[in-house]
Design a protein around this ligand. Sequence first.
Ligand code: NAD
Length: 294
Amino acid sequence: MTAPATAERVGFVGLGNMGMPMARHLVAAGYHVQGFDASAEVMRVIAGLDGFTAAPALTAVGAGAGAVILMLPDSDVVEHVLLPGGLLASRPPGSMVIDMSSSDPARTRDLAERALAAGVTLIDAPVSGGVAGARARSLTIMVGGPEEAFAAARPLLAAIGSRVVRAGDVGAGHAIKALNNLMSAAHLAVSSEALIAGRRFGLDPAVMLEIINGSSGRSGSTENKWPNYVLTEKFDAGFSIKLMVKDMKLALAIEHATGTPATVSEAATAAWEAAAAELPPDTDHTAIARWLDR
Ligand code: NAD
């Protein structure tokens, strides 16, 4: 599709479970998205969508655009996309790269320095809220980068999520995201163990959830994941177990690097790694409840 002459362009790399609904909100807000994805199927889909152009090559993403958004699996892929021969070399000085993936904060800081040497500002803006939040435009977006870059990126980010918060300097968003997911994963594992034990004890899980969600044991896992994805046996939240384990390891690295006690975090990560070792990597993370109940 051709871009309307008036539409502001934005590049978007990684149109998977999260990236696609996020990019659709940009189009709904009046942007023209120049998309690129390693999947031929994704490229075929976006080539047929109004408001999108399928970029002919990675280095063509964001031609004429002030910003390129990345929504990729991890820092390995982000570096592969940006570094020698990649996107960074093709971005003009003064432009911006916004890494919305859940990446490694230490590697993000290094990348931001390399980008700056090329005159490009790289900021991190990972999200929380899952695929449901991406579709509903209710994501929380945590931004790491200088104040001026945050102000410049804010209109784009506000088109994607409902809560856009500057977390601190570059890498701050990625650090908070990893720590958040460590907490979320630990909640889901311990909630699942407790709810499975209660059911085996003779309690009704739906009644347990009703009581716990008005009590001090509640969490996003008891309020959202158990009722919507576990009890329904759908296990289709749209976030894979391999990506959850990646985030937990990033958070553990922060705890270790800062000399923080990590006994519970280590135990939770080990439990998730054990599940991930037995399940296919793209298994939905909520299926850990089924795996624990095996
Ligand atoms: P996904 O696997 O569904 O999407 C990733 C996309 O990146 C895929 O379409 C894939 O083809 C593409 N890709 C991979 N390598 C590429 C390359 N070299 N060049 C271009 N495209 C490439 O993953 P997702 O669930 O959308 O997650 C994306 C990021 O968002 C991850 O960092 C994840 O941790 C984070 N995240 C996910 C969720 C969720 O609920 N799924 C929630 C918050 C954050």
